[in-house]
Ligand binder design. Sequence first.
Ligand SMILES: [Zn+2]
Length: 267
Amino acid sequence: MKYSKTILLSIAAMITLLACTSSPSSSNKEVVPTQEKVVKVEYPTDLTIDFIMGKFDPSVDTSFITISSEYADRAGLLMKKEAYAAFLEMHAAAKKDGIQLVIRSAARNFDYQKTIWEKKWTGKTILSNGENASTKYVDPVERARKILEYSSMPGTSRHHWGSDIDFNSFNNEWFEGGDGLKLFSWLENNAMTYGYCRPYSAKGTDRPHGYNEEKWHWTYMPLSKMYTAYAKEKLKPEMISGFQGSEAAVALDVVNHYVLGINNNCK
Ligand SMILES: [Zn+2]
């Protein structure tokens, strides 16, 4: 009796096993792992490599808008319309909590970035650590690497896109105490609600390459996520030229290490 019960149970188990392994493929279809799904990014037809590289004039581009001087430290700054609409909502919410967001920089095209870059390259602008890059770093790759701690090469800046803005101060320390810390904590807790993310988070294992940390720089993800994906696909370091020091772009792998060297949460 004992044996036959065991045999019966074994047969039942085998039937169950066979039923599972030989079941029709329809049941397998339900458990396709999500990572196997290929997500093909559909880019808008007007998205071009010239746009990604800032080779256009945002002041005549109808997808850009002038930021009211009420929200900025000066008149005439520009950004993408969608990013501005989201910023206005965020600004109002912050204001209710006693936080005053001030835009210090927004869209900058290739020519604008070239001026910033070449001033640092030639030593006209002294680096934030007090060094003159042109005399301190004779080797072009070393000089470019030093400037790249805080400034992008023309053609590779997220500020080209109109989706990225800098708030209140260009000094990380300002965000580490008093009003600066209050503002920074508010952004850390609330910016994502409005689509804003901080691409230049602290360097470390999660972000081994790229610019140094910038607590002031925030990006409007619904747009910039797409631009980052486009840059990853189409922008090559050999395409970066037209300014002093551009020859270092290939050696420093500026697309992989800088354009894509951002906080994973913003990708
Ligand atoms: Zn910035």
